[in-house]
Design a protein around this ligand. Structure first.
Ligand code: FAD
Length: 438
């Protein structure tokens, strides 16, 4: 039976059960960037991307807050992010494509003795960070530096003593970034098969003997093809870029994805006071509030000037279990009794604002060092563990996966810097612990 493959003319065509050089499972930011860089590095290779959704970027890429920043404590995350930002900026700067990049900055509101201050001071040696003293931020009328004493004592809320604004940071539109890679891939001849759901992987013997019960313990194993609702697809190599779903695909093979899902939610607020606060920041050319991180609990406010709204989220850990459902629901009570209670103390204008939308997705969480995993086992490469920053590291992750596929020891990033591929792997992993997870 032939498989149906989506080609650049947007029509399904039937092709024989072709064998590809590589099949990538997942057309989110990681799968798309990977496909693009593999084809760029190996123009003669045949590349197929499959995704169960009817088009690209329908998974967690669509759920993102889509902030970009190079403010990471580990050197490897700094390089993955800063080179990706440089690449996105070059695409946007070419004038041919709009990725929705808006360099509003990332503003950390810091209490006394906030440990992030030292990290930010160290980072200011390699990227641009503006430090503001208390009296400088007090001119922003919507920010209350000193929460009510009784409430502050009860909730453990620190006074805002200073702020640090990352200048190589801002917001971006993930669907535009994804579309950029998709169009480039199609132009280069990468094939796509959407609405194609891959069942769990099943390993086969490298040298089949046609005995029942194969593969036996003593036989070398390989993934020869993937079974989907559109038939089987064969390839020499497979790349798993299925984010949190990678675990389910890999489990039967005995290969560990090393990640766990963590639910993450975003609550959108709108209204007159929100708009005044959003556009009332005098330190940006267009007056837009930076992506703002509160001094307590990592709660963030993401400006969404395109939608004249503010998106509020938090990377909560305690009592946030690792359970997983296909369609995670945002929890309004979590916002009302958790996030809003803190936000209202620092931004009283938000107190009576309406929640105009909300959604939830997952981080594919590397719970050890919060840094992506990129490794090979048999003929399967895995790229996951983005831990909440896959958009802003998307280009570099694609380059590292493509370099692993191409057998290169080092991945050359857009800004010319290099990363040793196996540093992001399992066996010789060499990355520092990341402390700046949002
Ligand atoms: C609330 C929230 C806020 C975030 N904020 C930010 C942020 O500010 N900045 C940032 O950089 N990142 C952020 N992230 C993280 C970012 O969204 C992810 O790191 C990134 O989208 C991961 O990309 P991906 O391609 O690995 O995964 P996905 O986009 O999830 O792609 C995986 C794809 O695999 C497909 N798939 C799964 N199973 C199968 C199967 N069996 N067969 C076929 N296809 C399959 C899915 O349909 C999906 O399209 C946030 C995430 C969330 C949830």
């Amino acid at each position: 039976m032939g498989n149906e493959v989506y080609n650049s003319s947007q029509a399904y065509r039937s092709v024989p059960s072709a064998k590809y050089d590589v099949i990538i499972v997942g057309a989110g930011i990681v799968g798309l960037s990977t496909a693009y860089h593999i084809k760029a590095q190996n123009p003669d290779s045949t590349v197929l991307v499959v995704d169960r959704a009817p088009t690209f970027a329908q998974g967690n890429t669509a759920k993102s807050a889509a902030g970009y920043r190079d403010l990471f404590s580990s050197e490897v995350n700094f390089r993955l992010s800063s080179s990706t930002i440089a690449y996105y900026r070059s695409v946007q700067g070419s004038g041919k494509k709009d990725l929705g990049m808006n360099p509003v900055g990332y503003m950390f509101l810091l209490g006394k003795d906030d440990p992030r201050k030292q990290t930010l001071e160290e980072l200011s040696r390699k990227t641009k960070i503006e430090f503001l003293e208390r009296d400088e931020i007090s001119s922003y009328q919507y920010l209350n530096l000193k929460p009510n004493e009784e409430t502050a004592a009860m909730m453990g809320l620190p006074e805002v003593e200073s702020a640090a604004i990352g200048k190589n940071c801002g917001i971006i539109e993930p669907e535009l970034v994804a579309e950029h890679y998709y169009r480039e891939c199609v132009d280069q001849g990468v094939e796509f098969s959407f609405s194609t759901s891959v069942a769990e992987y099943h390993l086969e013997p490298v040298n089949p003997l046609d005995y029942p019960g194969e593969p036996f313990l003593w036989q070398d194993k390989t993934l020869r093809s993937i079974r989907t609702n559109r038939g089987d697809f064969a390839a020499s190599q497979f790349i798993t870029a299925a984010d949190i779903w990678s675990t389910g695909l890999l489990d039967p093979t005995g290969i560990d994805s090393h990640i766990r899902p963590k639910k993450r939610q975003i609550f959108q607020t709108g209204g007159k006071a929100v708009e005044e606060m959003l556009f009332g920041w005098s330190r940006n050319p267009d007056g837009v509030l930076p992506f703002t991180i509160l001094p307590k609990n990592g709660i963030y406010i993401r400006p969404a000037p395109r939608y004249r709204s503010l998106w509020i989220g938090v990377a909560d850990d305690y009592n946030r279990d690792f359970s997983f459902t296909e369609n995670p629901e945002p929890e309004r009570e979590f916002f009302d009794y958790g996030i809003a209670q803190v936000i209202n103390c620092y931004f009283p204008a938000l107190k009576d604002q309406k929640v105009t939308g909300m959604w939830a997705g997952y981080y594919s969480y590397n719970t050890i060092d919060k840094t992506p995993y990129i490794f090979r086992d048999l003929n399967i490469i895995v790229g996951t563990g983005t831990s909440g920053s896959g958009i802003l590291k998307g280009d570099a992750i694609g380059r590292v996966v493509a370099s692993l596929y191409s057998g290169k020891e080092k991945a050359k990033l857009f800004d010319g810097s290099e990363i040793t591929v196996e540093d992001l792997g399992i066996h010789s992993r060499n990355v520092g612990m990341e402390s700046m997870v949002l």
